[in-house]
Design a protein around this ligand. Sequence first.
Ligand SMILES: C[S@@+](CC[C@H](N)C(=O)[O-])C[C@H]1O[C@@H](n2cnc3c(N)ncnc32)[C@H](O)[C@@H]1O
Length: 389
Amino acid sequence: MTKADGGGFKDMKFDNQLRHAADIIDTYKGEEPLHVWLKDFFRANKQMGSRDRKLFSTLVYSFYRLGYAVRDLPVKERILTGLFLCTDIPNEFLHYFKPTLNDSITRPIAEKLATAGIDPTDIFPWKEELSAAIDHEAFCLSFLRQPDLFLRIRPGQESTVRGKLENTGEFIPPFTYRLPNGFKVEEHLTPDREVVIQDYSSQRVAEFLQDTEAPHSFWDACAASGGKSILAHDLYPDMDITVSDVRESILNNLRTRFQTAGIKKYHSFLVDLTHNDIVNLPVAALVLADTPCTGSGTWGRTPEELYFFHSKAITRYQMMQRQILTNIATLLSPGATLVYCTCSVFKRENEEMAAFIRDGFGLQLHRMENLIGYPHRADTLFAARFSKA
Ligand SMILES: C[S@@+](CC[C@H](N)C(=O)[O-])C[C@H]1O[C@@H](n2cnc3c(N)ncnc32)[C@H](O)[C@@H]1O
């Protein structure tokens, strides 16, 4: 039965579902993460069963995954186009509204885009702003698929974790596990004790933290809940750790995670690193500045951010990054290493910031790289490693 055939209880249900999904999109203004907003919405609409919730999430996310492409399509049409492009399993819902699209849902993506009349490079329109190593079209296409879930296996836990995950996911040496999205990690493993839930490219920041000799001290300046601090600790367990962030609530999360991770000896403090009168910043041999950024390399997980993004935000973030890095780089002691990283694809937050750090503070730039995630269904980050003579 298709819409053209008319009638039927089930058909009315599909019409209502599409209308509700369009209402959600009209109501949601991007002020908080979509998954948080949807969770509250479902809590307030308890009559929805788990199948309904899954369908609404799929419909709404499919709409946002189209980013800046076909912005002027009516919302319902755009949801159906998104569903066609982001799914490759024929389904009753799309069959009802668009039987011909449903019939070609398994076709290669280039063909499906042509059928839908979409130029994929419209999805993310800021090509000129991208870091040079990023392939614009491949990056745009990556928005049509949710990235995978990645775990980092903590030292000494490999055989336990691989045993518990037997027959699920894919092991990527030396310490990564790829799992399908929606996998309930907590039902199988203890996060932060056995594994850390951490994107693959984020795990690759280890390559920039590693040295020939173990540093005696480490400062994670914008630590958030400590994902990269735990990574640094796992590389160098004897290192003294200091963490800071501008948000007390996130440092509280860090404390809980550190406890589970068995990290007992560390200092933490609250600081706004954009201020220009800060005193008593730590002197450390290894400093990580994982600064606030647009997060554009992670929008495959949060496509609503792409949809609501305006490029003037890049300037705002770059200014913040300059202020933070000025505070940090000025105080580096001779011989210290600085690792700067972002989860951005914009050159103004990446290579331009690396040049600012190198030239503004006389640091040596040893290596910088866009940690490109889209071939691996992961996020895209940027990392650069400097030292002070
Ligand atoms: C990209 S996140 C860090 C992620 C973290 N390193 C991890 O691996 O999970 C950036 C952090 O910088 C913090 N931040 C933002 N503005 C700041 C400021 N002015 N001073 C210090 N930290 C700041 C944010 O609260 C956020 O937790």
